[in-house]
Design a protein around this ligand. Structure first.
Ligand code: ZN
Length: 287
């Protein structure tokens, strides 16, 4: 059964150094197509470069919400918000994305909100959340302008109930619903998933679906219309069951696919078709 890995980071280490070997091994395991997903300017440019080597690899470009945490010193210093820097960074993101789009990526992403990884508190936390939200809005606008599907990364702590990344992303999506979007590596409360599904969301499932503790993810799988399910590795992260804790290599998607079919009754052929529809790819590329 051929498989389509809709979210993979051949552009990040430890995969990047020998990405060709990883891609060959994936192909040997019947993975016919893969989307290489960027997280900032550099990794998006690299995704485009990698995808240029093979018609069955495509690139997605965008700024991951974690970008702001990584550069937090540039946005706030000694309890002072560096407003000009904040504005400049947001402008840079827009310019950089418009430049990357001239190289024909297949999607915008991964973009979104991640309050789970916010290590900062108080004022700094507020500033970083605001930057994440503004960057998301700008990137959604660009996706709309170029009619590109959107790969969303949304994550928060399970025990938080108010003003979460989930409630916040719904508010933003309600104002600007992309024609097509996927909740990559889905997480979050069921009512949030349901609302996103009503807006047309696709849902991406990864190796963590196979974990014994993943009842909640299996519940999300259960309520997702099967024509909206996508399969992904998120390699080098989230290795499935047997390989948990190790670097996730792209070929390992076969274990997640096997689990979906055997344990959850998934129709892998349909999931394969869903990927082509979502990314608007014709299958003529198969070599
Ligand atoms: Zn990812």
């Amino acid at each position: 059964m051929p498989l389509f890995d809709t979210h993979c980071h051949y552009n990040l280490n430890p995969l990047d150094t020998d990405w060709q070997e990883h891609w060959h091994l994936a192909q040997k395991n019947n993975i016919t197509h893969s989307i290489v997903v960027g997280t900032d300017h550099e990794t998006s440019a690299r995704a485009l470069e990698i995808a240029s080597h093979d018609a069955n690899l495509s690139a997605s470009v965008g700024y991951h919400p974690g970008y702001f945490q990584e550069h937090s010193d540039q946005f706030i210093s000694d309890q002072t918000i560096l407003t000009t820097n904040c504005e400049q960074h947001l402008q840079t993101i827009t310019t950089s994305l418009e430049n990357l789009i001239t190289r024909n990526p297949i999607a915008i992403g991964e973009i979104g909100l991640d309050f789970y990884r916010l290590r900062s508190k108080g004022l700094k936390r507020g500033v970083l959340i605001n930057l994440q939200e503004e960057a998301l809005k700008k990137q959604l606008k660009i996706a709309h302008k170029h009619q590109l599907p959107v790969i969303l990364h949304v994550r928060d702590q399970e025990d938080r109930t108010h003003d979460t990344a989930y409630s916040s992303v719904l508010k933003i999506l309600e104002k600007q619903t992309p024609a097509k979007f996927v909740l990559h590596c889905a997480s979050g409360p069921i009512d949030y998933i349901q609302k996103a599904l009503e807006m047309g969301a696709y849902i991406g499932f990864d190796g963590n679906l196979t974990y014994e503790s993943a009842d909640h993810l299996r519940k999300i799988f259960e309520i997702t219309p099967k024509e909206r399910v996508l399969l992904e590795t998120d390699a080098p992260y989230l290795a499935p069951g047997l390989h948990r804790g190790n670097v996730c290599e792209p070929w390992m998607i076969t274990e997640t696919a096997h689990y979906m079919r055997e344990e959850l009754g998934a129709d892998l052929e349909q999931i394969y078709q869903n990927s082509f529809l979502f990314f608007d790819i014709t299958k003529n590329h198969i070599q």
